[in-house]
Design a protein around this ligand. Structure first.
Ligand SMILES: C[S@@+](CC[C@H](N)C(=O)[O-])C[C@H]1O[C@@H](n2cnc3c(N)ncnc32)[C@H](O)[C@@H]1O
Length: 227
């Protein structure tokens, strides 16, 4: 006989939110089991993930911890390299949610993990510069939007006229970070089964020239050119 698992209280905030937005959070055991299916990718600092209805980021949080754990192991003797790669790791994680409070909670949660892990590994707090950089990247990567229409939403979850735009963060050389902005619509590759999210190949970028904006700056100054 199949056993029906009940949702635990921590998976649901209210009946209204379940009815309105289908908000039921995934339990950590399932998140870990799913992440295990792509175990090696979860360890690579620059391997990109999108949680399209991220809530407060249950998948992103687990993946971030895994990536930072691997960096701890790899850069045990080099806090400087750890710092740089930890910025790359946070830049690899993307989320969209229609509910503003979930977006804010997700951003705070990811930053807290990043910050705590930094202090634990480097035995010192991250510099203000590094923290600002991490916060800025998180604020760009975790978007208050509608993953079905691919548009940003207002405080009430209604579509605005602005498309969802993601920034691609790429480490260039030893300290430079390139930011390239793309609309989410341009990042969706259509196939026979439907759609899936994939970073554009270099060829596609050259052919389409679809990026909206691009700049290169120090990885600790990514916010210097503004939103
Ligand atoms: C089932 S919860 C999943 C949350 C998280 N991914 C998890 O697995 O724990 C669904 C989330 O989708 C969000 N949501 C519902 N419709 C959405 C839409 N059209 N675009 C983006 N997010 C949406 C809700 O606000 C809610 O946070």
């Amino acid at each position: 006989m199949a056993v029906k698992e009940e949702n635990t209280p921590s998976q649901i905030k209210s009946r209204e939110r379940v009815a309105e937005r289908g908000e039921v959070f995934t339990a950590e055991r399932e998140v870990n089991a799913m992440c295990d299916l792509v175990k090696d990718e979860c360890l690579r600092a620059d391997s990109r993930f999108l949680e399209p209805a991220c809530g407060d980021g249950n998948f992103l949080a687990v993946i971030l911890r895994r990536k930072l754990g691997e960096l701890r192991r790899k850069y045990a003797m080099s806090p400087r390299d750890y710092e740089k790669q930890a910025i790359v790791a946070i830049g690899s994680l993307y989320g969209v949610d229609i509910m503003n409070d979930n977006v804010l909670a997700c951003r705070e949660r990811l930053f807290a993990i990043w910050n705590e892990e930094y202090t634990a590994h480097c035995k010192a707090d991250a510099s203000d510069e590094a923290r600002e950089s991490a916060r800025f990247i998180i604020s760009r990567n975790i978007v208050n939007g509608n993953a079905l229409t691919l548009m940003c939403v207002d405080q009430d979850g209604k579509d605005t006229s602005a498309p969802i735009v993601f920034s691609e963060w790429t480490l260039i050389g030893s300290t430079q970070m390139q930011r390239s902005d793309y609309t989410m619509a341009d990042l969706l590759i259509y196939n026979e089964e439907g759609t899936f999210f994939a970073a554009l190949t270099e060829e596609q970028k050259e052919e389409g020239g679809v990026f909206l904006r691009r700049y290169i700056t120090h990885y600790k100054k990514v916010q210097e050119y503004g939103e």
